[in-house]
Design a protein around this ligand. Sequence first.
Ligand SMILES: Nc1ncnc2c1ncn2[C@@H]1O[C@H](COP(=O)(O)OP(=O)(O)OP(=O)(O)O)[C@@H](O)[C@H]1O
Length: 233
Amino acid sequence: MLQLNNVSYRKSKSDLVNSVSASVHAGDRLTIFGPNGAGKSTLMRLMAGIIEPTGGTITSNDLLKAKNAIGYVPQQLALFNNLTVKEHLRFYRKMAGNNTENFINEMIETLQLKNFWNKQIDELSGGMKRKVNLTVGMIQQPEIVFLDEPFVGVDLAAKHDMLNWLNQLNKRGVTIVFVTHDWQVIHQLADKMWLMESGNLLQETTVDEVVHNRLELPNTSTALHKMISFHRS
Ligand SMILES: Nc1ncnc2c1ncn2[C@@H]1O[C@H](COP(=O)(O)OP(=O)(O)OP(=O)(O)O)[C@@H](O)[C@H]1O
């Protein structure tokens, strides 16, 4: 579905992403995991086509070449403080330009957006803003969605609703790629894991392998070792 061939991204004389080769397959539930500054967000932005690789290539199948096939939910909220939730959905729906009325209604229902429908963004809690951010990033009913820390500050009940809904979409064939530091989310939303450090994709593995101690990491990856052994203990 998405093929990365020696993908690099160099900026300000440093390699933020360093010669990554890997594939994302249709229907994957993939998390990119690693310490702060590993290059996870940069790699997701490359795959989402927001930035261009400075080396290597990313190729995709015909499905992903279709307009609106890719959704992207950024870590930083992409919202207007002085617009209401309703106005956001109306505005972004027009931008997306395709007819996804049923899908949008499903998002509104599942994420219970009607509860704060007429509130401006600057009147919402952090968790509510995350829900709106998620909705906006997926308004075009994408085939694949890239989610960067989508659950920061979201309470457990809302997180549960959001995770359930993303898993339902995955069962219908939507590919999910995300970054998080939250193991609860990893357990519930991922099968595959890409382990990253210092711009390098060190290993492609599964959550199962990582959690059940069946993974040997290179000795050089101290931060990843700590992040994984902390979770296992
Ligand atoms: N626009 C930019 N210009 C220069 N350096 C950047 C830019 N954006 C990110 N970086 C640097 O690239 C490296 C990778 O950043 P990135 O945000 O991809 O990491 P990350 O793994 O997502 O980190 P985190 O877990 O903290 O979100 C970091 O060292 C960061 O400081």
